[in-house]
Design a protein around this ligand. Structure first.
Ligand code: ZN
Length: 184
């Protein structure tokens, strides 16, 4: 049985970081994801479909050939992946365990089945637009919750409606003036 806490055993070289203070709320630019220990590329932003904060992992549809899937299925009784059956993922560069693919899970993790879950803790990101290498933990890959999006949309619709009211009021005024002037 695999102890997930030992993901922390991937030691990182903090000296490599040029600027850790970068904190972008949404990553809109091309990014590659690297092993914090050996710099091997694990994935890029095209393959990322979100973030699972409950298990502190990046959710990917695809990973590079430098991520090795351990053929033997394992299981865990407790911890973040308690009552799950999974394959562990390894970095082909330094052989550290850096993620899992879940197969059988309790209900609350069912949305994460058959996806690559890469641990954010020790992952670094190279941001092409700025040429910076930053810790993945400083970036947010989550999707805006639907509720927030809807409330923003509702607000926008209200603004548009009030603008339309103003426009029709102006048009009414114009028509009245036209009618008055034609009578005169
Ligand atoms: Zn590595």
């Amino acid at each position: 049985m695999y102890d997930f806490e030992s993901f922390l055993s991937c030691e990182t070289d903090d000296q490599k970081l040029e600027n850790e203070s970068v904190n972008q709320s949404i990553v809109e630019n091309p990014v590659t994801f690297h092993c914090g220990q050996c710099n091997t590329v694990w994935a890029d932003s095209r393959g990322v479909c979100g973030e699972a904060t409950s298990v502190n992992s990046l959710i990917c549809l695809e990973v590079t050939q430098d991520v090795t899937i351990n053929g033997e299925r394992e299981w865990s009784l407790d911890g973040r992946f308690g009552a799950c059956v999974y394959n562990t993922l390894r970095c082909s560069g330094c052989v550290c365990r850096m993620g899992v693919v879940l197969h059988s899970t309790p209900q609350h993790l069912s949305a994460l089945r058959n996806l690559f879950l890469l641990k954010k803790d020790k992952m670094y990101c190279y941001i092409f637009s700025s040429g910076q290498m930053v810790k993945a933990s400083t970036l947010n890959f989550g999707v805006t919750p639907l509720g927030e999006g809807i409330s923003e949309l509702t607000q926008l619709i209200q603004e548009v409606e009030s603008n339309l009211d103003n426009v029709s009021a102006v048009m009414d005024d114009t028509r009245t003036n036209d009618a008055t002037s034609s009578v005169q």
